[in-house]
Design a protein around this ligand. Structure first.
Ligand code: HEC
Length: 480
C-alpha cells in the first residue's frame, strides 16, 4: 500500500507531458516485441489459438510500453517494481483461492452426490443410482452407471485442472511470499537459526519427500489395516508440526504444514486418482476389464484428501489469527485444531453413509472449547507484561499500520493532517527505517508518557499503545 501511495500521492511531481511523449516513442518498439511474442507463442502447443496469443501479446505490449514510458517522468524503478510485485501477490493469491474453491467444491459435491444417490428404486436396477436436484433455474437428473457406458461420449469431464492449478498457484505463492523473502519470512527470530538458502532447500525437500514417505506408507499397509495407517499418519503429522515450528518462523511453519498436505493432496490426484480414471476410460474404450486395484487405491486416496481438507483450510486462514501461530505451543494448537476438523469431516462422512454417530460433533466442539481455555490459561496465570512478551507475536505490519494512521498523518515527509505543513520537529515515520531510528522517541512520547498524538487528535487506542509496547519489548523486529 505504501508503495502505491508513494506512486500516487505526489502526482504533481510527475511530468505527464513527458509520459505521453515517451509513450508515443515506446509504442512502436513495444509493438514490434508484441509481434515477435505473437509468433514465438506458436511454439507452445496449448497456445495455438490465435485469440490467446493475441491477448498475451497485447498484455505484453501494454506492460512494456507503459513501464518504459514511466521511467523518465520521475517514477523510481524501485517503487515501480514494488507496485508490480504487490499486484502479482494479489493476483496469485486470488487465483489460488479461486482454484482451491473450485477443487474443494467439486470434491465436496461428488462426495455428497455419492451419498445421496437414489439406489433402491426397483425400476432403475440397471443404474448404480440416480439423483434429482433443482438449481439455478432448472431441474437436473444425474445418473451413475454400474459399469462403463456402451460407447464413450465425445466430451467427458475429468475435474483435474482445479487440483493442479491450486497446487501450482500455491507453490508460486510460496515462492513469492516465502522464498523471495526467506530471511524475514522463514527464519526464526530466536533459538535455532538457518540460513535462507538452507531454509528453502529444506522446504523443497520436505514438499517432495513427504509425498514419497506418505505414498510409501499407503502402498505398504494392508487394505484392512486402515487404523494403523491413520495412526502412523497422525504421528507423522504431529512430528511435522513440531519440527517445522522449531526450525521456521511461526507463520512459515504453519504454512509449510499446509503446503505439505496440499502437495500430498494434489499428488494423490496426479499420481493415483487420475491414472485410475485413465485406466477406467481406456478399458471402456477397449472393452476390457478395468484394473480394480487402481480404482480401490484411487477411492482410498480420495478419502484421505477429503479428511485433509478442513485442516488445510484452517492453515490457509491461520495467518489472520496470531493467537494460534504466535502462541508458545503453536504446534499443539495446530494439531488439536486439525483433530477437531478431521472429526467434523468424519461425522459428515459417516452421516453420508447413513451412520449417525451423535457423539462426534460435540466432541469436536468440546476439543475446540478446551483448546480455547488452554490457549488463554497463561493469560490468567501470568502478569500482563509476561504474557504479552511470550504469547502473542505482534507483527511489524500491525505496528506500521498503527504508526501510519495514528502518527503518520503529521509525521511524514508530506503530512496530510490539516494545518500541519511539515513533519513536526523533523520526526518522520514513513519507512521501517524511520521507525527503528526513532524508536526511543516513540517509546517516550506515545507509550511511557501518553503525550503523542497531541490531545489524541488521531484517536489512538490503549490497545494500540499496548501493541507498540509489546512489539518493542519483543525486540522491535521489523521482520515479524
Ligand atoms: C496531529 C499531529 C500529530 C500526530 C498525529 C502525532 N504527532 Fe508527534 N508531534 C506533533 C507536533 C506538533 C510535535 C511538536 C511538539 C512540540 O513542539 O513540542 C510533535 C512532536 C513529536 C516528537 C518529538 C518530541 C520532541 O520534542 O522531541 C515525537 C517523538 C513524536 N511527536 C512522536 C509521535 C508519535 C509516536 C505519534 C503517534 C503515536 C505522534 N507523534 C503523532 C504532532 C503530531
Amino acid at each position: 500500500m505504501n508503495f502505491f501511495l508513494e506512486l500516487i500521492a505526489p502526482l504533481e511531481n510527475y511530468d505527464f507531458s513527458n509520459f505521453f511523449h515517451n509513450l508515443v516513442l515506446a509504442l512502436p518498439a513495444s509493438f514490434l516485441v508484441g509481434v515477435i511474442i505473437f509468433f514465438l507463442l506458436l511454439a507452445f502447443k496449448k497456445l495455438q489459438s490465435r485469440e490467446y496469443r493475441l491477448y498475451i501479446s497485447i498484455a505484453f505490449i501494454l506492460v512494456i510500453a507503459v513501464t518504459s514510458s514511466l521511467y523518465n517522468i520521475g517514477v523510481k524503478t524501485g517503487t515501480l517494481f514494488a507496485v508490480y510485485t504487490e499486484w502479482l501477490h494479489l493476483i496469485v493469491r486470488w487465483t489460488h483461492i479461486i482454484f482451491g474453491v473450485a477443487w474443494i467444491g467439486t470434491s465436496f459435491y461428488f462426495n455428497w452426490l455419492d451419498s445421496r444417490l437414489e439406489r433402491d428404486d426397483p425400476d432403475f436396477k440397471h443404474l448404480d443410482g440416480y439423483l434429482w436436484s433443482v438449481h439455478s433455474g432448472g431441474f437436473y437428473r444425474i445418473e451413475k452407471l454400474k459399469g462403463p457406458p456402451e460407447k464413450l461420449p465425445k466430451v467427458l469431464h475429468w475435474f483435474k485442472w482445479e487440483a493442479y492449478a491450486t497446487w501450482i498457484s500455491g507453490f508460486v505463492l510460496l515462492i513469492l511470499v516465502y522464498y523471495f523473502n526467506a530471511s524475514s519470512m522463514m527464519l526464526k527470530n530466536d533459538g535455532f537459526t538457518l540460513t535462507p538458502g538452507i531454509a528453502i532447500l529444506i522446504s523443497i525437500s520436505l514438499l517432495i519427500g513427504s509425498w514419497f514417505i506418505y505414498d510409501f506408507i499407503c502402498k505398504n499397509i494392508e487394505e484392512n489395516k486402515q487404523e494403523l495407517l491413520v495412526t502412523i499418519g497422525f504421528i507423522l503429522f504431529v512430528f511435522l508440526s513440531y519440527f517445522l515450528t522449531k526450525i521456521y518462523g511461526s507463520r512459515a511453519a504453519y504454512i509449510h504444514v499446509g503446503a505439505i498436505i496440499g502437495t500430498i493432496m494434489a499428488a494423490n490426484v496426479f499420481r493415483v486418482i487420475i491414472p485410475a480414471q485413465k485406466n477406467l476410460v481406456s478399458s471402456a474404450e477397449n472393452k476390457q476389464k478395468p484394473n480394480l486395484q487402481l480404482s480401490i487405491d484411487a477411492k482410498n486416496r480420495s478419502i484421505h484428501n477429503n479428511y485433509f481438507t478442513l485442516p488445510v483450510l484452517f492453515i490457509m486462514i491461520s495467518s489472520h489469527f496470531s493467537f494460534t501461530y504466535g502462541a508458545v505451543n503453536n504446534w499443539l494448537i495446530l494439531v488439536v485444531l486439525s483433530l477437531a476438523g478431521i472429526l467434523t469431516r468424519h461425522y459428515f462422512n459417516l452421516r453420508n453413509k447413513k451412520q449417525y454417530k451423535v457423539w462426534i460433533l460435540p466432541s469436536a466442539a468440546l476439543i475446540m472449547f478446551f483448546l480455547m481455555i488452554f490457549s488463554s490459561l497463561s493469560i490468567f496465570d501470568n502478569d500482563k507484561k509476561q504474557i504479552s512478551a511470550s504469547l502473542e507475536l505482534v507483527s511489524f505490519n500491525e505496528v506500521q499500520n498503527i504508526i501510519k494512521y495514528r502518527c503518520g498523518t503529521c509525521h511524514a515527509k508530506n503530512p496530510t493532517f490539516e494545518g500541519i505543513e511539515e513533519a513536526p520537529k523533523g520526526v518522520i515515520y514513513d519507512s521501517a527505517n524511520d521507525i527503528i531510528k526513532n524508536l526511543k522517541l516513540i517509546q517516550a512520547q506515545a507509550i511511557d508518557a501518553e503525550i503523542m498524538p497531541p490531545n489524541n487528535l488521531t484517536g489512538i487506542t490503549n490497545q494500540e499503545r499496548e501493541k507498540l509496547r509489546i512489539w518493542i519489548e519483543q525486540g522491535a523486529n521489523i521482520n515479524n
